[in-house]
Design a protein around this ligand. Structure first.
Ligand SMILES: Cc1cc2nc3c(=O)[nH]c(=O)nc-3n(C[C@H](O)[C@H](O)[C@H](O)COP(=O)(O)OP(=O)(O)OC[C@H]3O[C@@H](n4cnc5c(N)ncnc54)[C@H](O)[C@@H]3O)c2cc1C
Length: 439
């Protein structure tokens, strides 16, 4: 049975979160606006504002809601998380305040699933407590979207693994206490068995940050972004640094990427809603050529199209969350890919319209829209480009179909008409009845 209502107790949590994010968290977006600020554990002023806010979230039982109770979360599941993430998506800082910031969420899941007790004590607990941040180091400069192109190697020497090679766009590497690194351990194995995953302490000798690359919504200077271009110079880690078994790098990566993608989608609903609210306010505030913008048909179409797209997207995300919650692992694969593709598209289109309706002001740093707009292409690339996910969707969907059994499509009308005539021959051949049929 379909039921879109929420339990009153949970609704009151959401109401609390909505007011809290607007009043107490959104100011952080203005005070500490740079890309890396939520991850920079060395910024004492930012941490001094952040810590009491995180305590308030804990007191409400809303800390790290994506995690089960065994890891200190509320174990809400994805549907409830979707509703909460809509609220958090309004603010750049909110995921950090609520203990649900990527990539730490996914890295925590990997450590919880595959880490040793010692690794959990050393990294997982401080990560869950919000005291450290981490990096997921997978993409390589010569081949990002296709891991089969990866060449960063790891080989065994005695009781150590030695990692050697380059990684590109390892977000937050400059702030991270540890990195989760994917490396080729068996180049001769079939493509999906070639790689393994390692947890590497950031202070391990041999890790070089060649540059801190910035996306266009971050800082302009070449070395002031948050995405590490890294070189691992024969970095040595103990044997138990491998997460999962040898050759299981893809499996471990998949365990984290699905959740991350759908969480981005949930937060994007919130960001789009905020941009949509701004669009509507502007339409009702600005006059030109004798009427409000809201009275112009072109503007009405902007608003209607945005609302339809936003509501369709929201239902897709909620339905995906429901599948993750209720069906076996992997059942939501196609849905997650659909969310991933839609996230980038809906965000881009709604923010573009909202920005455009604000005219010159929309293009400036005096509204958040220009920065959001500059970040829109990121979501079409991070966690894999749109094209790759479209391919996944098409391949999965096509598994439910088979080729036509004959020369013509199964919906070819001539044979179907013949069959229809046969089925109802006793009526259409009854001359005592009036009326005609397709001859
Ligand atoms: C903001 C941001 C944060 C990121 N954070 C991380 C991180 O923390 N850790 C990490 O490891 N990586 C990270 N990435 C990297 C991200 O995973 C890669 O950008 C992505 O996998 C694409 O790789 P690429 O950038 O090398 O693009 P390429 O692989 O060069 O692809 C470029 C373009 O080629 C086309 N293309 C590629 N493959 C196909 C295909 N199969 N079919 C049709 N067209 C195709 C698409 O148009 C694609 O956009 C991040 C990226 C961004 C933008």
């Amino acid at each position: 049975m379909l039921d879109f209502s929420l339990e009153p107790e949970f609704q009151s949590k959401l109401d609390w979160a909505a007011a809290f994010v607007r009043e107490e968290v959104e100011p952080l977006d203005l005070l500490f606006p740079h890309g890396g600020d939520p991850y920079d554990t060395r910024n004492e002023k930012a941490r001094a504002v952040l810590k009491p806010l995180q305590e308030k979230v804990r007191a409400q039982g809303l800390w790290a809601c994506h995690l089960g109770p065994e890891l200190g979360g509320a174990g809400y599941g994805q549907v409830k998380l979707a509703y909460l993430n809509e609220i958090l998506g309004r603010s750049y800082w909110a995921p950090t305040v609520f203990g649900t910031a990527a990539p730490d969420t996914g890295n925590a899941e990997i450590l919880a699933m595959f880490g040793t007790e010692e690794q959990k004590d050393r990294y997982l607990q401080p990560l869950l407590d919000g005291d450290i941040v981490s990096t997921f180091s997978m993409t390589e400069p010569q081949g990002g979207a296709d891991p089969k192109e990866f060449v960063c190697r790891a080989w065994r020497e005695g009781d150590e693994w030695v990692i050697d090679g380059e990684k590109w766009f390892s977000s937050n590497a400059r702030y991270a206490s540890f990195l989760i690194v994917m490396a080729v351990t068996d180049p001769e194995a079939p493509p999906h068995r070639r790689m393994s995953m390692f947890v590497v302490p950031a202070e391990t000798p041999g890790i070089e940050i060649k540059r801190n690359v910035g996306t266009m919504d971050e800082r302009d200077s070449l070395d002031e972004g948050i995405h590490g271009y890294l070189r691992y110079h024969q970095v040595r880690v103990p044997l138990d640094a491998m997460l999962g078994g040898p050759g299981e790098g893809f499996t471990v990566a998949q365990a984290r990427l699905g959740g991350g993608r759908v969480h981005h989608a949930m937060r994007t609903v919130g960001k789009c809603t905020r941009a949509f609210d701004m669009m509507c306010e502007r339409a009702l505030s600005r006059r030109t050529q004798g009427t409000l913008l809201a009275d112009k048909q072109a503007v009405q179409q902007f608003i209607a199209d945005s609302w339809i797209e936003l509501q369709q997207f929201r239902l897709l995300v909620l339905n995906t969350a429901w599948i993750i919650d209720t069906q076996p692992h992997g059942a939501a694969r196609t849905q997650i890919a659909m969310c991933k593709v839609a996230t980038a598209r809906v965000l881009h289109d709604i923010i573009q319209r909202a920005l455009h309706l604000h005219g010159s002001l929309g293009t400036t740093g005096e509204l958040p829209l220009a920065r959001w707009w500059m970040a829109a292409p990121n979501l079409a690339l991070a966690d894999g480009p749109t094209e790759v996910h479209r391919t996944t969707i098409a391949k999965q969907v096509l598994k439910n179909y088979s080729p036509a059994s004959g020369l013509f499509p199964s919906e070819h009308i001539p044979p179907k008409l013949e069959a229809a005539r046969k089925r109802y021959a006793h009526i259409i051949n009854d001359d005592s009845l009036s009326g005609g049929v397709n001859a």
